[in-house]
Design a protein around this ligand. Structure first.
Ligand SMILES: Nc1ncnc2c1ncn2[C@@H]1O[C@H](COP(=O)(O)OP(=O)(O)O)[C@@H](O)[C@H]1O
Ligand SMILES: C[C@@](O)(CCOP(=O)(O)O)CC(=O)O
Length: 409
């Protein structure tokens, strides 16, 4: 949107969360994982404003209970003109986030935050990470151009639970990078209308995903790269350790119940649990991991077939096959010791209605997903949801495989 009178732009962007469909844990040992986008999304609105006060960025992030005012002039002075990695000559461009001297830029952001907020260390880590990520990307993207920056309001919203393995951090980072890049695009264009309706190009999406990857490094240290890829490209992404995530262009629209066990778990502890099972039982464990790999690749083939959308009876058979693979994957994960009684209670309720269910992510609690093929009667879904709610679980009916980052008009 453009307010011609005052030359002020508004940008609005959303991005999905994600779930791991197959390959959790096995991916740690070099097997294939596939992630899909979740119908629940984060969103951002950036609005340039005329402010009578000192130019500033006004941040509203209710999901982490954060309201902040960042003064613009000191930000520009301290953080703009980010540096290239040592050994690379020239001037850093926002189009090449992988060439940014990440550690130096983050260090400058950290020092700056301590100056403008002397109590920075006492903030909850959610808020610290959101502020670091914002300044890192804002200064990284705008600071590598000569574009004058104006006061702006930034409002971030999310349907995702934070810290639950559904990709809220990547979804947040993708939204932020996409909105800043879109704003830059609009401000640098003399022909405003030409950009107004255009969605992001493939190259822009790659750049957005790389910026989000840098942010994931701020939040997680050594992320795999799958979350930023799926939240940017949407649909389905296949991934193997040490390789670039591979977006698979399929049109999916899988209906699921996403069930929160409300049992909190720590990914790191569950990864260690599998490692110790493997240490005691190397051959058996490796066969299980190998089986997980086969499940992931067969499921990808089934999903590709499903998305090609032939006749209904074909798709019913494909849904049945998919359901079988979900159950098989859950049992394999159970054999590795990462299920939980709460997950098994959910599975029993789903199975009693002929529906398949698997844990997603690290397991040991967290989320379960129940596959709802299109032929499932509404009454079945309602009675399952009702029972799960009564048992104290949180239930969301949503879809898998929708679009990645999108401009909201
Ligand atoms: N809507 C949001 N607004 C502000 N910050 C967010 C938002 N969503 C996620 N974040 C940031 O992402 C972090 C969540 O990362 P993490 O714990 O890895 O959760 P997840 O597993 O959901 O990605 C939060 O601490 C916060 O800094
Ligand atoms: C168990 C694992 O394969 C997935 C972790 O998923 P989650 O996003 O923590 O639920 C760990 C990993 O891939 O780093």
């Amino acid at each position: 949107m453009f307010n011609g009178m005052d030359n002020l732009y508004t940008v609005s962007v959303s991005a999905p969360g994600k779930v791991i469909l197959h390959g959790e844990h096995a991916v740690v040992y070099g097997k294939t994982a596939i992630a899909v986008s979740l119908g629940m999304r984060s969103s951002i609105v950036i609005k340039e404003i005329n402010s009578a006060k000192e130019p500033a960025v006004y941040i509203h992030m209710p999901s982490v209970d954060l309201q902040e005012v960042i003064p613009l002039a000191p930000t520009v002075k301290a953080l703009f003109r980010p540096q290239l990695l040592p050994g690379i000559t020239g001037k850093f461009s926002w189009r090449l986030p992988d060439k940014l001297d990440h550690d130096l830029h983050l260090k400058r952001v950290e020092e700056f935050l301590h100056i403008i907020k002397p109590n920075f260390d006492n903030l909850p880590s959610n808020q610290k990470n959101s502020l670091r990520s914002f300044l890192y990307m804002f200064a990284g993207i705008f600071g590598s151009t000569n574009m004058p920056v104006k006061s702006m309001d930034i409002s971030m919203g999310s349907e995702l639970t934070i810290g639950a393995g559904t990709g809220s951090s990547a979804s947040f980072a993708v939204c932020l990078a996409g909105a800043l890049i879109q704003l830059l695009k609009l401000k640098s264009s003399s022909n405003y209308d030409a950009f107004y309706d255009e969605d992001f190009t493939m190259t822009e999406k790659e750049t957005i995903s790389e910026w989000a990857y840098n942010c994931e490094k701020i939040m997680h240290g050594t992320p795999s790269g799958i979350d930023n890829a799926i939240c940017t490209f949407g649909s389905l992404v296949s991934f193997k350790k040490g390789t670039k995530p591979r977006p698979i262009d399929v049109r999916l629209n899988l209906r699921i119940l996403l069930v929160d066990t409300r049992v909190s778990r720590e990914t790191r502890a569950l990864v260690m649990k599998v490692a110790s099972v493997r240490q005691r039982n190397p051959a058996a464990t490796d066969h299980i991991l190998e089986a997980c790999d086969h499940v992931a690749s067969t499921a990808t083939q089934v999903l590709v077939k499903l998305s090609s959308g032939k006749c209904e009876s074909d798709s019913e058979a494909e849904y049945q096959h998919l359901a079988e693979l979900w159950d098989m994957n859950h049992w394999l994960l159970g054999a590795l010791g990462v299920s939980h009684p709460a997950l098994e209670t959910i599975r029993a309720a789903a199975r009693a209605r002929g529906l398949a269910c698997k844990l997603t992510g690290a397991g040991g609690g967290g989320y379960a997903m129940v596959l709802i093929p299109p032929s499932t009667p509404r009454a079945t879904v309602d009675s399952l949801s009702g029972q799960l709610l009564e048992l104290g679980f949180r239930v969301t009916e949503t879809r898998l495989g929708g679009p990645g980052i999108s401009l909201e008009m």
